[in-house]
Design a protein around this ligand. Structure first.
Ligand code: CA
Ligand code: CA
Ligand code: CA
Length: 373
């Protein structure tokens, strides 16, 4: 018999500690890569939440002060009609910017980070006077239409990870919700197979997994996902929305509807980890291409030697197979002026990723390659 799972209603009084701040800073630093613009003008705009059904900040208007040294932040929250949070002024200190709203009953600290020229990421720490606090992550697009990524369904394929470390916000947040930690999307027979791993907040309940198979139907697409703990306890049937934005940002939102009431909302901004860089044909990974690489490859193919820690590097001709041909290719290049190893090229070329799409047949992976760290 299944026990119905209930998110706990009691709130513990845990304050956000220094570790939380340090981790936040580390996460925001990630968002700044690659280098983002750092002028006030880049922040100025009418920023709209990418998720129209949000119960948090619906939009935020950023303008420049007359003297140009400050940004004026004008936030609006989800109420009916729209809640006007009023204006706060914050000095411009670069990317990210931090502003604090003090509502009396709670403070909301907004860390605003340009994720790309058209996308603003806001991490909000809400601390209530009674000690409860919760955090949420939201993504905003500038004016008009969201900059959704183009391409077909394969663009969604990959392993996606929450922007924040897995346990950080679970400790900080005291409001019942779930946090999406990891999402894996695979292409199978024309469909997308989705696997979402989530944890609930506060943390005194187990993490759960949900899976779904959907027909790949554009960007965004939705999926109904039933979450189950390892013991088989159901969290209920969540309505998920997956939106892919320019710059490899996947926005995942889960809504749980119970008796037609909105019960939980868990936006999670996710990112694709940077693809590993390597040099093609440097089988032993020492940053130099010579006959040892061919010998090492032949050893792994025919003498039971260890295979390269970077399979893509060993696939010298990038034909999705590591074979004798690759060793011959190296020898031919070294001693008979044969063609150079293909992109990203041998060690005298810049480090780079495999040109094949992530998760495709041609993507053999590269677990580690020390010469390109
Ligand atoms: Ca080598
Ligand atoms: Ca090959
Ligand atoms: Ca490849």
């Amino acid at each position: 018999m299944q026990t119905e799972f209930r998110l706990p209603a009691a709130f513990a009084l845990i304050r956000i500690g220094i570790a939380h701040r340090v981790l936040l800073a580390a996460s925001v630093a990630f968002l700044q890569s690659p280098a983002m613009s750092q002028t006030t003008e880049d922040f100025v705009g009418n920023w709209i939440n990418v998720y129209p059904e949000t119960r948090a900040i619906t939009r935020i208007v950023l303008t420049k002060s007359d003297e140009g040294s400050e940004l004026i932040v004008h936030g609006f929250g989800a109420c009916s009609p729209e809640c006007d949070w009023g204006e706060i002024r914050i000095p411009f200190t670069g990317n990210p910017l931090v502003g604090v709203y003090d509502f009396g009953f709670k403070t909301a600290t907004l860390t605003m980070c340009l994720a790309s020229p058209g996308l603003l990421f806001i991490h909000a720490d809400n601390i209530f006077q009674d000690g409860r606090d919760y955090v949420n992550d939201q993504l905003f697009h500038r004016d008009a239409n969201p900059p959704l990524a183009g391409g077909d369904a394969s663009a969604f394929v990959g392993d996606w990870f929450s922007l924040y470390p897995e346990d950080k916000d679970l400790e900080a947040s005291q409001i019942d919700t779930i946090r999406i930690l990891r999402t894996r999307i695979s292409a199978v027979a024309g469909n997308l197979e989705i696997s979402v791993h989530a944890a609930c907040q506060p943390r005194d309940c187990p993490a759960a997994d949900g899976t779904a198979t959907v027909v790949a139907a554009g960007n965004p697409f939705t999926a109904d996902i039933d979450f189950r703990t390892p013991e088989g306890v159901s969290w209920g049937n969540f309505k998920f929305t997956f939106q892919l934005f320019e710059g490899d940002l996947l926005h995942v939102t889960g809504m749980l509807w119970e008796n037609a009431l909105h019960r939980a909302e868990s936006p999670a901004i996710c990112y694709v980890p940077p693809r590993p860089s390597f040099h093609r044909s440097d089988i032993d990974g020492n940053g130099v291409l010579n006959i040892s690489d061919a010998i090492s490859l032949l050893g792994s193919l025919f003498l039971g030697g260890a295979s390269s820690a970077c399979l893509e590097s060993a696939d010298t001709d990038n034909d999705a197979a590591i074979s004798l041909t690759d060793a011959i290719y190296i020898l031919n290049h070294l001693f008979l002026s044969g063609p150079r190893p293909v992109a990203p090229g041998p060690p005298d070329d810049p480090c780079g990723p495999d040109p094949d799409p992530p998760g495709s047949v041609g993507d053999l992976g590269c677990e580690s390659y020390a010469a390109c760290r």
